[in-house]
Design a protein around this ligand. Structure first.
Ligand SMILES: CC(=O)SCCNC(=O)CCNC(=O)[C@H](O)C(C)(C)COP(=O)(O)OP(=O)(O)OC[C@H]1O[C@@H](n2cnc3c(N)ncnc32)[C@H](O)[C@@H]1OP(=O)(O)O
Length: 408
């Protein structure tokens, strides 16, 4: 009988890309709206590394990985991004995903790749595989039927519209600088800008306008990318896709601009960084309402020592961590972490632990997002030595909140 058959895991060759794409459309309940969209998916899949699950010769599971580079506090690392994770509905809950993950971890281990990352379609899937939520954002809604009330003076320099064709060259270097200031951000290629950020027709809502880009300052001091929607039955909408600014005054000017666009009465923004100054400098929090918190990038520490050594540390720490790891035994055990602003060592030890945690909790703290103390209070980290979590938090601290806008 089919459900007794044993699954096999391995490469998905280029010759089977049509089948792989059909499987992804089946699992995600989608059909491409036109040939161009299908070709885009096909080309994306062709460029990704791919793992499949096979029942006999039939492809019943697919996982692809983008070749990303992720910013860390004070550094960056390659971090393959999982995407197109799909299992045929006839073969669900038989270990296809678990087997593909095991095959992926084997490959990444062989290639000395220390991290992997993803956005989850459902929250409950990936924690068991050691992924922790490493960046978060919030969604915000602005009532723009009246001018945006501000407590600070917005930057008064003129704003200018930028053609989408010119945007990668202008915004690319600016965005790249922000990666040095915040963990959790992907390096963007020109193709990524064009195909993911500046694509004419919005992937999720075809009734949205093409992307509009507005810049402030020369040299560039800030920018917004947004789309608008005119609703014939109600007020139009501005959907902010990205806002970056050198100073709060520049940010204030850009937010005020978004809230002033004619024939619209609402601005929505998704995935804003946790430390967005808007929430402080707006004068009326009834006008600027936080409507949700979004778990963003999930990170898997494949090689914990290499991952910890690649980031910088804000303060001295000397703690023994007892790490559990259900998939990668090399990460499990007692390790002494000695870190300081000039470097970090992470070595196995027989010493008793100061803190015990699963590797997914370490991932949640890794980029400076969730404080270890919060996880102690949630009983997800055990503190054996009083004060150990606070000391580790001080060392993990980052000036700016980690943040990811590139969904994939
Ligand atoms: C990065 C991305 O691409 S995210 C997109 C993920 N894909 C989708 O959402 C598409 C639709 N869903 C699917 O294709 C499949 O259901 C998948 C990929 C989510 C899961 O694949 P499966 O082969 O059924 O998972 P598998 O059998 O390996 O399950 C492994 C474990 O995860 C659990 N699990 C799997 N899916 C889920 C889920 N959606 N919610 C909670 N737990 C889950 C299983 O119960 C199992 O737990 P156990 O080890 O305690 O028994």
């Amino acid at each position: 009988m089919e459900h007794d058959s044993v699954l096999r895991f391995g490469e998905v060759p280029e010759t089977r890309l049509d089948e792989a794409l059909a499987l992804a459309y089946l699992a995600f309940h989608t059909t491409p709206e036109d040939d161009a969209k299908r070709k885009h998916h096909y080309d994306t899949l062709r460029e990704c590394a791919r793992v499949g699950a096979y029942d006999g010769d039939r492809l019943v599971g697919l996982m692809a990985t983008y070749d990303f580079t992720l910013s860390l506090p004070g550094g960056e690392l390659p971090a393959p991004g999982l995407t197109f994770v799909s299992v045929a509905p006839t073969h669900r809950r038989r270990g296809a995903l678990a087997g593909m993950i095991a095959e992926l971890y084997r490959r990444l281990g062989e290639a000395n790749v220390p991290l992997a990352c993803l956005w989850a379609s459902e929250d409950a899937i990936y924690g068991r595989f050691g992924f922790g939520t490493s960046t978060r954002g919030f969604t915000v809604e602005i009532d723009s039927s009246r001018p945006l009330a501000l407590r600070i003076e917005p930057d008064g320099r003129p704003l200018r519209l930028v053609a989408a064709a010119d945007a990668p060259a202008l915004l690319g270097p600016y965005y790249e600088r922000t990666r040095a200031e915040r963990g959790g951000r992907m390096a963007r290629t020109e193709a990524w800008w064009r195909e993911e950020w500046l694509v004419e027709k919005d992937e999720e809502d075809a009734s949205m306008s093409p992307p509009r880009i507005v810049a402030l300052g020369e040299p560039l001091a800030g920018y917004v990318i947004y789309r608008t929607k005119k609703d014939n039955d109600g007020p139009g909408l501005v959907r902010l896709d990205e806002l970056e600014a050198d100073t709060p005054a520049v940010a204030a000017a850009l937010w005020r601009y978004l809230a002033s666009i004619d024939l619209t009465q609402k601005v929505t923004a998704w995935g804003r960084p946790f430390d967005d100054p808007l929430l402080h400098f707006c004068a009326d929090r009834d006008q600027v309402r936080v409507t949700g918190v979004v778990p963003s990038l999930r990170v898997r520490l494949i090689d914990v020592p290499a991952a910890l050594r690649a980031r910088t540390w804000a303060a001295d720490v000397d703690v023994v961590l007892d790490i559990r790891d259900g998939q990668l035994p090399a990460n499990a055990g007692h390790f002494r972490l000695t870190a300081a602003p000039d470097g970090c060592a992470y070595e196995p030890t027989d010493a008793p632990a100061d803190l015990s945690m699963d590797v997914r909790e370490l991932a949640a703290c890794y980029l400076g997002d969730t404080p270890v103390r919060e996880l102690v209070r949630a009983s997800l980290v055990t503190e054996h030595t009083a004060g150990a979590a606070a000391t580790l938090d001080a060392a993990l601290h980052t000036e700016l909140a980690p943040h990811t806008m590139d969904g994939f």
